[in-house]
Design a binder for this molecule. Structure first.
Ligand SMILES: [Zn+2]
Length: 193
């Protein structure tokens, strides 16, 4: 949860403070949409991660993790949201867009965010196992790459992380030792996302 005391400085003009608050409410609103995608992924037995891409206050692309269903290690929520947005904007450059995703992107998705020239990334939970936007490394702040998106982490982090914890708790409860058939979505491991 944000502490407003940290982001709101009393020295700032009121209009600037109102702008920061409005952005926070917007970010939470769109993150709810990404959470809905994560819930869909969970219903499908996938590690619950969801993403939406927003342009001019409109969702132009959605994605949810489909790694197991498609048996595709690149079928992360962010990749699917980016690909569908490229179709919507008819451009490989997603200028002036914001990507909302429930989990800190991995190195592959962070690379795709740079290549697509996405302006802002807003993510929910931090990922200690594969996060490439500040946790294990920070691809988005790499000055040797030719684009550095703005990054905001921790938006609705409790809910975004909570759905992942809930998924893995249920998974452990439903599995008995030794029973772990590969490729069923039931052997999911957060480090594999
Ligand atoms: Zn990824």
């Amino acid at each position: 949860m944000f502490s407003l005391g940290i982001i709101l400085d009393e020295e700032q003009p009121a209009t600037q403070r109102i702008g920061i608050l409005a952005q926070l409410f917007d970010d939470e609103y769109w993150m709810q949409q990404a959470l809905s995608e994560a819930e869909r992924a969970m219903e499908e037995g996938e590690v619950p991660v969801g993403a939406v891409l927003v342009h001019d206050n409109e969702v132009i692309g959605r994605g949810r993790n489909q790694v197991e269903a498609l048996q595709d290690p690149t079928a992360h929520a962010e990749m699917i949201a980016i690909t569908s947005s490229v179709d919507a904007l008819k451009s490989r450059r997603l200028i002036d867009t914001t990507l909302y995703v429930t989990l800190e992107p991995c190195p592959m998705c962070a690379g795709a965010i740079v290549l697509a020239r996405i302006k802002r990334l807003v993510f929910g939970a931090w990922d200690p196992k594969a996060g490439a936007c500040g946790t294990l490394m920070n691809i988005l702040a790499e000055p040797r790459l030719n684009h550095q998106p703005e990054v905001v982490g921790g938006v609705l982090a409790d809910r975004c992380g909570g759905i992942l914890s809930h998924f893995f708790q249920q998974l452990r409860a439903s599995e008995s030792p030794g029973e772990n058939p590969p490729g069923t979505g039931r052997n999911a491991d957060p480090s594999e996302y």
